[in-house]
Ligand binder design. Structure first.
Ligand code: CP
Length: 323
């Protein structure tokens, strides 16, 4: 693996899940793999789980990890080719990236979409410019379109928590929209859909209110229903996430259409006591999901968060071996 931007970079998803689970039981099994190597973790936007888990994963592999909170402590970077930099940006990625590539063997970047222009967000200009101008392996810590380290941790969590039976060989996995107070990026939902589809080991359904359909580029052939109750019926895993509108890509992109409080997950949303809930965090309690669900045995949220170490470690080990 020479980069990790999406599921397309994971040639064998089952092997990556297995690798993550292996590291979970023996974190230091490859403790010298990254000896003498350095990773630069650049954050244009806030993070808790991604930052900490990536640092721990790197250290478990013997790598040195350096964090720069670009968004608050670094120079404001320009990513657009040919930009006339007479505005707020101070340094072009074309100038910064070769220097970072001299400092680091791997560079990882978090950058959120602005949710103002769909075409601009979908072009993922920041991470693509970093790849173009650095020439070293690049890892997405969440880009304008996807959050692949989160999705791999999500599949590790599903794999660990699904026990096949004679009558149920595959889990039913539902991705449900949940309410939020502000417009939220599509990255986690896009990525989750893309990974579950590519994995192919689940019966996958997506449910959201009308007006919030995700792009087919990510949802593929997964059925989409606007009836949450119907979608949740018989679910083994319910992935809860808000996202703003995609619309046609014009003024209707990145919006909240209505509060939809009836879409908040509560105990009476589920037909089975065994249905588990997932959310990548951070989460607005009693807006997206109720306390009673979050504080019940249904919740896999803590497990998912902790599994972020093992997804990062599986990815970094692949890059160290093959990058
Ligand atoms: N889920 C996730 O990416 O968390 P952070 O934003 O805290 O990194």
């Amino acid at each position: 693996m020479k980069q990790f931007l999406s599921v397309k970079d994971a040639t064998n998803i089952d092997a990556m899940i297995a690798k993550g689970i292996e590291y979970k039981s023996n974190p230091l099994k490859d403790k010298n793999l990254g000896a003498g190597k350095r990773i630069g973790l650049l954050f244009m936007n806030p993070s808790m789980r991604t930052r900490m888990s990536s640092q721990i994963a790197a250290r478990n592999l013997g790598m040195e990890a350096f964090v720069l909170n670009m968004g608050t402590e670094g120079w404001a970077l320009e990513f657009a080719d040919g930009a006339v930099m007479n505005g707020t940006t101070v340094e072009h990625i074309k100038d910064a990236a070769p220097i970072l590539a001299g400092f680091f063997d791997v560079i990882a970047l978090r950058t959120f979409p602005k949710l103002q222009n769909r075409a601009e967000d979908e072009s993922d200009v920041a991470i693509k410019a970093l790849i173009k101008h650095s020439g070293v392996p690049v890892v997405s810590l969440e880009s304008s379109t996807r959050h692949p380290l989160q999705s791999l941790a999500d599949l590790i969590t599903i794999k660990e928590n699904f026990k096949p039976t004679a009558t149920k060989k595959r889990p039913k996995v539902v991705l449900t929209w949940a309410p939020h107070i502000k417009p939220i990026p599509h990255c986690v939902a896009n990525s989750f859909a893309e990974w579950v589809n590519a994995w192919g080991e689940a019966d996958f359904v997506i449910t959201n209110p009308e007006g919030y359909d995700l792009s087919k580029e990510y949802t593929g052939k997964a059925p989409v229903t606007h009836n949450q109750k119907e979608a949740l019926d018989g679910a083994d895993f319910v992935y809860v996430k808000n996202w703003s509108t995609y619309g046609t890509g014009g003024e209707d992109y990145g919006r909240i259409l209505a509060p939809h409080p009836e879409w908040m997950l509560m105990q009476n949303s589920f037909s089975s006591p065994d249905t588990k809930v997932m959310h990548c965090l951070p989460l607005r309690r009693n807006v997206e999901m109720s306390d009673e669900v979050l504080d019940s045995p249904r919740s896999l949220l803590t497990t998912m968060g902790k599994n972020r170490i093992w997804s990062a470690q599986a990815v970094l080990s692949e890059i160290l071996k093959n990058g």
